[in-house]
Design a protein. Structure first.
Length: 95
């Protein structure tokens, strides 16, 4: 999932990273934009990988930290990779 979050305060990025980890996810990239003056909002661009079963919880937690202005969700089927790794492991065990 990738998204852009407008936030108030400068500690939100740390909280975002902590929430990703609590949801058994990984932060792939983080861009924290500090405003040039106090009238502009603080914003962060965050790209994370979160397990499907934790996605809804993670989205709710992110929304609680600030206004989500952009969000993109994609999925990747890794079942073939899992089968391939299983085959490799069996081959290594018999070697």
């Amino acid at each position: 999932m990738t998204g852009r979050l407008q936030e108030e305060g400068d500690k939100k990025s740390d909280q975002l990273v902590q929430q990703v980890r609590q949801n058994q996810g990984d932060v792939l990239s983080l861009e924290d934009q500090v405003p040039l003056n106090e009238d502009m909002p603080h914003s962060a661009y965050l790209e994370v990988r979160v397990p499907q079963e934790r996605l809804d919880v993670a989205l709710e937690q992110f929304s609680a930290l600030g206004k989500v202005t952009n969000q993109r969700i994609s999925a990747q089927d890794v079942s073939e990779q899992l089968v391939d790794f299983g085959a490799r492991l069996r081959n290594l065990e018999t070697a």
